[in-house]
Write a new protein. Sequence first.
Length: 328
Amino acid sequence: MLTAEGGGHGSGPAVASAPAIAVEDLVVAYGSFRAVDGLSFRVERGEIYALLGPNGAGKTTTVETLEGHRRATSGRVRVLGRDPARAGRALRDRLGIVLQSGGLDAELTVVELVRLYAGLYARPRDIAATIEQTGLTDKRRARVRTLSGGQRRRLDLALALVGDPDLIFLDEPTTGFDPGARRAAWDMIDTLRDQGATVLLTSHYLDEVQRLADRVGVLSRGRLIAESTPGALGGRDVTDSVIRFRLPATDRAGVELPAGPWATPECHGDMVAIHTDRLTMALLTLTTWATARGEELCALTVMRPSLEDVYLQLTGDAEQAEGGHRVR
């Protein structure tokens, strides 16, 4: 695996501080229409970076540009220190790509297809080890046409990994996976990071992003509208907590809650919701009050806005703030 700029695969001297991906003021236009409009972001070595956005936000165009399949109209793009539009084989030998969907020869077996792809790289990984890592050992002699949707996605991942890439593009990698297979895939992606690989992830599964990503960038209309860790995106780490609980049956006709570090509680039937920026004190006040009354705070939960809540808020606000046509 690559550990520094120019390192790996014998490509020259190392520069440890260089990012795996550097995008500066990227514009990709179709005529007068800008699908990507002044985009800038960095992905550090050994990082899992999730690029999010609604359909039409510009993710596909951005990723295709990073992969070298589309040319920038203006701006600067560097992938592993090279311009992907001009680097050719020298760069592609160091990339692994899992497309959202792709065509595979249905009559080949798993091992035949992985061996075929391995032959395209200068220094491929061990074929049997790659098949085992992606959970396909029991299917190594099976023809592609007999595989389930989830097994085909595992095969897609095996084909991306067999070249021993330094940078991996994962486009919706767990589509079609059952919950157990998804968790196994997450563990495998964690292992890739531990081995030194860098991953650019796109996914509509926000729990997947929460679980895997070191940082998240959110696109809307070809622009980066937010970037942070999953836990801090959109101020999640400083947003008020919400305490919810069910009132005891004896109090549902009207109960006076104690004074505490919160605004006016919200009541919805027998459920109470309290918003507070002093969670510990609020919980102490409520539990002390309930204990003194000999009551339980039934269905008690404490929540902050989820990553999905914040993502929908960010993209919804961006859609309302901007007019014009949608990007691809």
